[in-house]
Design a binder for this molecule. Structure first.
Ligand code: 5GP
Length: 115
């Protein structure tokens, strides 16, 4: 059953988004408030609040999210300069939308450690 977070609503097309990739399990769309020239969110269509709730039998889905993020980053032209893949896991780490998502961030220089 779908949860009531904004990303579930984007999956259900109840809210608009600028999609860049979609398959049966994964959706990728542009962040509404981009932190870089390329800022794309990759989410499981199935509701998963955060990594804390992930079960062992979702390991394949978690791996698939990373591979699709890699493919989207390549398709967006980030292969040469690279990209950052971020999961803010929990409110204390900056998570504001409680539906697991990977941030693809690229298109500018990225310092490490981040600010
Ligand atoms: P978090 O802080 O949870 O790691 O990241 C949530 C991200 O979702 C933020 O970068 C924020 O800009 C983005 N965001 C919040 N609401 C929406 C929305 O309605 N549409 C899109 N495309 N992005 C959103």
């Amino acid at each position: 059953m779908a949860a009531d977070d904004i990303f579930c609503k984007i999956v259900a097309a109840e809210l608009p988004s600028t999609k860049v990739y979609e398959d049966d399990d994964v959706l990728a769309f542009r962040d509404l408030h981009p932190a870089a020239p390329t800022h794309i969110l990759v989410i499981p269509k199935e509701h998963l609040t955060s990594l804390w709730e992930a079960k062992e039998d979702q390991a394949q889905l978690l791996g698939t999210l990373m591979l699709r993020a890699r493919d989207v980053a390549r398709e967006q032209g980030l292969e040469e300069d690279g990209f950052r893949l971020v999961i803010n896991n929990g409110a204390g780490a900056g998570q504001t939308v409680f539906h697991l998502h990977l941030h693809i961030i690229g298109g500018r220089s990225l310092a490490w450690p981040p600010g």
